[in-house]
Design a protein around this ligand. Sequence first.
Ligand SMILES: NC(=O)c1ccc[n+]([C@@H]2O[C@H](COP(=O)([O-])OP(=O)(O)OC[C@H]3O[C@@H](n4cnc5c(N)ncnc54)[C@H](OP(=O)(O)O)[C@@H]3O)[C@@H](O)[C@H]2O)c1
Length: 258
Amino acid sequence: MSMNRNLPWRSVWITGAGRGIGEALAILCVQHGLTVYASSRTTSELERLKDSCQRYPGSIVPTPLDITDPRQIEEVMQSWDKGAGLPELVILNAGTHDPFPAQAFSAQRCQRVFDINLQGTINCLDPVLKRMLKNDSGQVAVMASVAGYRGLPTAAAYGASKAALIHLCEALRLDLKDSNITLQVINPGFVRTPLTDKNDFKMPALQEPEEAAESIIKGLLSKRFEIAFPGRFVCFLKLLRILPYSWYFKLIGKTVKT
Ligand SMILES: NC(=O)c1ccc[n+]([C@@H]2O[C@H](COP(=O)([O-])OP(=O)(O)OC[C@H]3O[C@@H](n4cnc5c(N)ncnc54)[C@H](OP(=O)(O)O)[C@@H]3O)[C@@H](O)[C@H]2O)c1
């Protein structure tokens, strides 16, 4: 682990912590002594995470919930209200991907992606922001993706859900500018996880989840609005973002083979 500085937080809530990027983030935080409230729907993955982290200075508190169910989120919030309060850092990472082309377009599949990625994240943000505003303190980061920058093949639903999250965070960051609340958006490139294991194309600039977790923690420490990585891939995608449509469609059609 190359990161050797102390982290300024005592506790963190991470959604989607059972596997992939969320799990790597949870492990990094526990290694630095944080109490990690780890959420996802699959309790067995949270228990396995807890067991694998026994040797580290921090601790994992399995906090199973489904982010599409506001009642389950509220129950967890109330248990925190009765105890030590909301963790000072919140990372809303849980998400899903369901790639399908226009030829298989489906309102049902779009809704499932939107229910988790967009509305699920909003369901968590609502009680989190209320509590942070009440205390005028806290740090919250929302997991979007570079796939939210522009339309990509087979990613109509996924990309649109992530674009919506980026937009939502931009607006909230402006609203919160005079508060002590830090709101950030995380836009990773490709990271090797169970989610991307289902991609059947060669993923450019693919990173390991541990590298992604380090980039995210560094970005959280910086407090800058956007945490995007890896750098060169993100620069390339940001250039694509300003191209006229005719150039963009031609270039992306040649670059991305699905
Ligand atoms: N991997 C990449 O290349 C990449 C790139 C950019 C952005 N991202 C974003 O990063 C986040 C994590 O991705 P990943 O690759 O680590 O995915 P992953 O390996 O599939 O892990 C997703 C996590 O989210 C949880 N989750 C899904 N639906 C949930 C729900 N309704 N309620 C609570 N938890 C839920 C999953 O657990 P359960 O299924 O047990 O609930 C799991 O722990 C996602 O938001 C993804 O869009 C990933």
